[in-house]
Design a protein around this ligand. Structure first.
Ligand code: CMP
Length: 140
């Protein structure tokens, strides 16, 4: 059964550039309810654990360094068809290929520093939400 949850992080580039408020407003306007949220910072170890699936990729070291370089906003979002609709809202991984008006087209610098993360499946949304939040930190 499809879950109606997805997980996102506003990444260190977008936080440092002062885009937290604009990005959260765009997320809310698109109909997502925030069911959990925290302002936090990943250690290199935690960033590596989160992106473990990419460990063998050539950009893994760069990704871990970037994701642990400054604070992030982690959040769990609820909406019908949350995973797919959120990926539409944020646009392609590479902002050069992202549709105009999407969060990455508006705020991402490049494929590595791409402003936001969005889960790629219902299964990963639940795993990623549980990575950052305990059950009592989610309000549905
Ligand atoms: P995200 O959606 O968080 O999931 C994996 C991340 O790896 C991705 O966003 C990018 O930040 C990063 N990434 C993917 N491809 C590349 C690449 N070719 N070069 C650098 N970083 C990448």
């Amino acid at each position: 059964m499809a879950s109606n949850l997805t997980f996102t992080m506003i990444k260190p580039d977008a936080v440092a550039a002062g885009h937290i408020g604009a990005i959260l407003a765009q997320i809310n306007k698109a109909g997502f309810k925030i069911v959990a949220m925290k302002y936090t910072k990943l250690s290199e170890e935690k960033a590596g654990e989160f992106y473990d699936i990419h460990r063998a990729r050539p950009f893994f070291g760069e990704l871990v360094e970037f994701m642990s370089s400054g604070p992030i906003v982690a959040a769990v979002l609820e909406k019908d068809n949350a995973v797919a609709d959120f990926r539409t809202l944020i646009g392609a991984t590479n902002p050069a290929e992202a549709e105009a008006g999407t969060i990455r087209a508006l705020y991402a610098k490049n494929i590595g520093e791409n402003a936001v993360h969005g889960s790629d499946s219902d299964e990963n949304a639940l795993i990623e939400a549980a990575f950052h939040f305990s059950g009592v930190e989610m309000f549905r």
